[in-house]
Ligand binder design. Sequence first.
Ligand code: ZN
Length: 232
Amino acid sequence: MNQTTSQKRYQRGNQAKRRQSRRKRVFLLAAVLVALLLLWLDPLSLRPHKIRPQLPDSARPEMAVELLTVNPNSRPGKKLGKVKGIVVHYTANPGSSAMDNRNYFEGLKDSHVTQASAHFIVGLKGEIVQCIPTSEIAYASNQRNGDTIAIEVCHPDASGKFNRKTYDSLVRLTAYLMARFDLDTDQVIRHYDVTGKLCPKYFVEHPDAWKQFKTDLNTYIKENAIKEKSDD
Ligand SMILES: [Zn+2]
C-alpha cells in the first residue's frame, strides 16, 4: 500500500521527535555524570548536611594530661596519621574513675595481660584524663587504631548508661576533637561500628540515645561555634 504524503510527513515528524528525546536523554546522562564526577572530586564542600565545626580555642575542655609510659601493651608510640574518626567506648568496669582506668592501662606495661588503652577517659564526675597524645595510636579500636582517636567513658552501673556529668563532658570533648580534626558527626562512631562488639553498651542497645548524642554534638557545635566575621 502506498503511503500518502501526509503519512510520510507524520513519520518524519515522529523520527525528529525521537531524535530530540534521545538527545535530551544523552544530555541528562552527561549532566548526571558530571555531577557525580564533581561529588567524587570534592565530596566535602558539596555534602550539604555536613556541619564543619569551628570552635574557639576556649572550647578545649579542662583535662588532666597523665600520659602513659611508652610500652608495647598500652602506648606503642606509633605515629597516628590523618585522624579520620573518633571512636566512643565504655569501660565495662562500673563505678571506676577515669584515673582508675588510666592506671589500669599504665599497669599493662608490667602485667602484660593484654594490649589496651585509649587517648582520653571521661570519668563519673565529668573529669577528663588524657593518656596518649593525639599524634600517637592507642590500642582501642582494632582495625581503626591507625586513623582514629579513642575515648573511653566511665559509667556508674552495669547498664552502661553514662550519668549527666559524664555525658556532658563527653559531648564537650568529642565536639572539641571534631573541630580540631575537622570531622563531622558521621565520623564519630562506636566501637560496635568497627567490630560489632557490645561497646559502648548503652549506645548499642539504645540506638535512639546514640542518635541523640549526635544531635547534642551538632547543637553544642552550633551554640559554641566561632561566629562569621563581618567585613566592617
Ligand atoms: Zn570498646
